[in-house]
Design a protein around this ligand. Sequence first.
Ligand code: SAH
Length: 219
Amino acid sequence: MTEGASRDTYGGYRARLVEQLRAQGIRDLAVLRAFAATPRHLFVPEAVRHRAYEDAALPIGVGQTISQPFTQARYLEALGLSGRERVLEIGTGSGYQTALLAALADQVFTIERMRPLAEAAQAALRAAGITNVSVLVGDGTLGWSAYAPYHAILVAAGGPEIPPPLAEQLASGGRMVIPLGAKGAQTLTLVRRTAEGIRTSPIGEARFVPLVGEHGFDA
Ligand code: SAH
């Protein structure tokens, strides 16, 4: 028997995950609603599907992980999306965070450097019935200039600095979240483009896989 979005037996687990996020302080109703509506089990490999609704990071293959839902929720809260935005995501990974963004914004453009992950994410997004996402295989530290500027940019891998192309492709008044620091220990950082220029403020500590690329770490 196949398990698609139409045969969803995971609703109870998903509701429990939403309760956990709320108990940990996530208050943004749109964010909680996105978690309640997004089938995480479609985005994790078969081997860890029974753990799909744990508030934990999980392996998705080729040494990469799907981030912990609480971390993703904090990220999404910081972006403060209204539903009308064009969003750029760097590090598609499993595509789960992409799906959450697709529920919270108008259009999502996402870049993943590893082709097998990008292809699996695209298949999962299709299985979940999500249509407002475009996936590109490439180096996300260069951004995606064809659709710039973006009202929000979410970087799901940790880099040493804000990649200059991403700062350039952020719309005036736009927000970016990016983990900045050394490999293995970063500070989740909120970046805003204001009339006076780029402003950064720390959100909290984080541990993300390295951002690898021209304006990131070497492979
Ligand atoms: N948010 C994702 C988790 C992403 S893990 C999820 O929900 O599953 C970070 C991802 O960033 C990995 O898949 C890694 O391959 C990718 N990545 C690292 N550097 C990148 C770059 N320069 N451009 C695009 N993707 C990159």
